[in-house]
Design a protein around this ligand. Sequence first.
Ligand SMILES: [Zn+2]
Length: 92
Amino acid sequence: MVTYSFRCRRCGDFDVRAAMGEAGSRWPCPRCGDASARRFTAPRLRRGDPAVWRAMESAERTAEQPGVVSAPPRSGTTRVSRDPRHARLPRP
Ligand SMILES: [Zn+2]
Protein backbone atom coordinates (compact mmCIF):
# COMPACT_ATOMS: atom_id res chain seq x y z
CA MET A 1 0.00 0.00 0.00
CA VAL A 2 1.13 3.48 -0.84
CA THR A 3 -0.05 6.79 0.55
CA TYR A 4 -1.04 9.27 -2.15
CA SER A 5 -1.67 12.93 -1.41
CA PHE A 6 -4.39 14.94 -3.13
CA ARG A 7 -5.58 18.52 -2.84
CA CYS A 8 -9.21 19.51 -3.08
CA ARG A 9 -9.69 23.16 -4.06
CA ARG A 10 -12.51 23.53 -1.51
CA CYS A 11 -11.56 21.21 1.38
CA GLY A 12 -7.78 21.09 1.32
CA ASP A 13 -5.32 18.22 1.40
CA PHE A 14 -6.16 14.60 2.06
CA ASP A 15 -4.35 11.27 1.80
CA VAL A 16 -5.44 8.05 0.15
CA ARG A 17 -3.89 4.65 0.82
CA ALA A 18 -4.08 2.50 -2.28
CA ALA A 19 -2.10 -0.15 -4.09
CA MET A 20 0.89 1.10 -6.01
CA GLY A 21 -0.20 2.41 -9.41
CA GLU A 22 -3.89 2.34 -8.48
CA ALA A 23 -4.26 6.08 -7.89
CA GLY A 24 -4.43 8.23 -10.98
CA SER A 25 -3.88 11.94 -11.31
CA ARG A 26 -7.36 12.71 -9.90
CA TRP A 27 -9.23 11.27 -6.90
CA PRO A 28 -12.68 12.17 -5.52
CA CYS A 29 -12.54 14.29 -2.36
CA PRO A 30 -13.87 12.31 0.65
CA ARG A 31 -15.84 15.36 1.84
CA CYS A 32 -17.35 16.99 -1.25
CA GLY A 33 -16.68 14.41 -3.97
CA ASP A 34 -14.94 16.85 -6.31
CA ALA A 35 -12.14 15.45 -8.43
CA SER A 36 -8.95 16.51 -6.67
CA ALA A 37 -5.51 16.87 -8.16
CA ARG A 38 -2.72 14.64 -7.00
CA ARG A 39 0.13 16.23 -5.09
CA PHE A 40 3.64 15.00 -5.60
CA THR A 41 5.70 15.02 -2.43
CA ALA A 42 8.93 13.51 -1.22
CA PRO A 43 8.64 9.76 -0.71
CA ARG A 44 7.75 8.75 2.83
CA LEU A 45 10.44 6.27 3.55
CA ARG A 46 10.28 4.17 6.63
CA ARG A 47 12.77 4.84 9.33
CA GLY A 48 13.11 3.56 12.81
CA ASP A 49 12.35 0.34 14.59
CA PRO A 50 10.42 -2.18 12.44
CA ALA A 51 8.55 -3.36 15.55
CA VAL A 52 7.16 0.15 16.01
CA TRP A 53 6.02 0.22 12.38
CA ARG A 54 4.36 -3.17 12.74
CA ALA A 55 2.53 -1.96 15.86
CA MET A 56 1.43 1.23 14.08
CA GLU A 57 0.21 -0.73 11.05
CA SER A 58 -1.63 -3.15 13.30
CA ALA A 59 -3.30 -0.29 15.17
CA GLU A 60 -4.27 1.35 11.89
CA ARG A 61 -5.56 -1.92 10.43
CA THR A 62 -7.66 -2.80 13.48
CA ALA A 63 -9.02 0.71 14.08
CA GLU A 64 -12.16 -0.01 12.08
CA GLN A 65 -12.12 -3.80 12.06
CA PRO A 66 -10.86 -5.13 15.40
CA GLY A 67 -9.19 -8.50 15.27
CA VAL A 68 -11.03 -11.49 16.73
CA VAL A 69 -9.25 -13.34 19.53
CA SER A 70 -10.13 -16.68 21.08
CA ALA A 71 -8.64 -15.98 24.53
CA PRO A 72 -7.55 -13.03 26.63
CA PRO A 73 -3.88 -12.11 26.43
CA ARG A 74 -1.65 -14.00 28.83
CA SER A 75 -0.36 -11.88 31.66
CA GLY A 76 2.75 -12.67 33.62
CA THR A 77 4.77 -15.24 31.77
CA THR A 78 7.23 -15.68 34.68
CA ARG A 79 7.50 -19.21 35.87
CA VAL A 80 6.51 -19.85 39.48
CA SER A 81 8.43 -22.46 41.41
CA ARG A 82 6.43 -25.01 43.35
CA ASP A 83 9.42 -26.08 45.43
CA PRO A 84 8.69 -25.19 49.12
CA ARG A 85 12.38 -24.50 49.78
CA HIS A 86 12.23 -21.52 47.45
CA ALA A 87 9.61 -19.86 49.70
CA ARG A 88 12.16 -19.85 52.57
CA LEU A 89 14.82 -18.02 50.56
CA PRO A 90 15.60 -14.45 51.72
CA ARG A 91 13.72 -11.70 49.88
CA PRO A 92 15.23 -8.38 48.89
ZN1 LIG B 1 -13.51 18.62 -1.22
